[in-house]
Design a protein around this ligand. Structure first.
Ligand code: 5GP
Ligand code: ZN
Length: 114
């Protein structure tokens, strides 16, 4: 789990990443394969596999991550808007099994997503 997880490795510095913001609960870093002018990921420092694995006592942490996404968006100057996405499971397109919020902005988004 944690020791093999790419995002756990980024959290503890074993894999380098462009770190944007962090505190004791979360890390925000640039996505390696940006899909928009601003594309960052927010992850809890604690390993949680996906949104589907959220325990009742972790709902506050989820809200915290959402609020931090809005804060990072503000600091990135995304005044015209942005999108926050949590891909979950195989059909959701999740490729890294450590809960992460995508924050995308800097261009108009399409709807529906693919
Ligand atoms: P998912 O498809 O699971 O929702 O998103 C995983 C995201 O993590 C992808 O957008 C991918 O580009 C990004 N990613 C995967 N490995 C790395 C990495 O080692 N470093 C960084 N910065 N991003 C990564
Ligand atoms: Zn992890």
């Amino acid at each position: 789990m944690g020791s093999d997880c790419v995002f756990c490795k980024i959290v503890d510095g074993r894999i380098p990443a462009k770190r944007i913001a962090e505190d004791e609960l979360y890390l925000c870093f640039a996505d390696l394969n940006a899909q928009a002018p601003t594309h960052v990921l927010l992850v809890p420092k604690q390993h949680i596999a996906s949104l589907a694995e959220i325990a009742p006592e972790q709902t506050e942490l989820l809200g915290y991550l959402m609020a931090k996404a809005a804060e990072v968006a503000r600091e990135a100057g995304l005044a015209k808007g942005y999108r926050v996405v949590i891909n979950t499971g195989v059909d959701g397109g999740q490729t890294v099994d450590h809960l992460h919020l995508h924050l995308l902005g800097g261009r108009a988004m399409h709807w529906p997503p693919g």
